[in-house]
Design a protein. Sequence first.
Length: 396
Amino acid sequence: MDRTHHHPPPSALRRFLDSESSGGLVLMGAAALALVIANTPLNAAYQGVLHAHLGPLSVEEWINDGLMALFFLFVGLEIKREAVDGQLATWPRRALPGLAAAGGMLVPALIYLMVNPSRTAHGWAIPTATDIAFALGVLSLLGRRVPASLRVFLAALAIIDDLGAVAIIAVFYTGGLSLPDLAAAAAVIAVLAAMNRLGVLRLLPYLLLGAVLWVLMLRSGVHATLAGVFLSLTIPLRHRPGAVDDERASPLHRLEHRLAVPVGFVIVPVFGLANAGVPFLNLPGEALVAPVTLGVGLGLLLGKAIGVFGAASLAIRLGLADMPAHASRLQLFGVALLCGIGFTMSLFVTLLAFPGDPLLQAEAKIGILGGSLLSGLLGYALLRVAPRDVPATPSR
């Protein structure tokens, strides 16, 4: 059968690019509310709720280990979707965002380590992540001023960036391991993979085993949220030849679309509300210029812009990738600045890098909020005034 005209449906991410600002605005509102609460008499009640226990875990742990596993599941589905038949399906398409993402992770880490060479060096990964909801939200506010090719570039870069963050968490921020629980988790993953190979298309068996996998990962010492990533890789992506609606035929599409709204409008904002509250009024003045604060802030503001733009420019100059269509160098630099918005994943890595140290966590959060805010404002301002590189219409 001729399948040359088969066009897979757009992923949830690409479908909602134009309305991504709404999710970003909700997240901004949640972060602002957390900051207000943390610096008023309501902070005691706020902290009390977060540390109250519901069963074996506190509310904060349920949010950071439980709800965020669904966020990682969504991220994993998007990575798989794009890698199989989306914007990352071929090596030429992966080249520019892939190399840019690598530069955008390496340079911020180096800047952080230059400022924090000693006991706080463990936080090097905090400024390496880009917040996809915030960055695409700011970009969507610019409307037609930014060519579609740059939206696709930023989305692909953020997806690869998320994949890098997942790998960093798995390799560098894993505690003492329980081998029996790890072995059991590996067995569950093997069963999930076998179900995929056997053509099981119902979602319920995958989700039930995913819940078992989450419990085993939580007990194993590997961060429990990674269960979401492993589960996502086993969810079948199917296209039935001649199917009227490919999305209904594909379990991955169904789950991805069901998760899009809860993740964007509930899970990520709740995470922001639980983790963005920094009690500035109770911090020593030097916390604003502490090495962790400066390392994270400068890593996001300077490191991301230099790393993303530098790696992308080098790849284009060497002929390894093409310049995004109808985009100017100045616009590419503006998007590189937006990559310095590192809210959700950066906050998440902060909790792993400095467990049990409220002062270092607060310093890192100040750096995240400051660096992300400046990156977003500067990127937005630059993209508002940057001219588009639109080719002239040939005369007839």
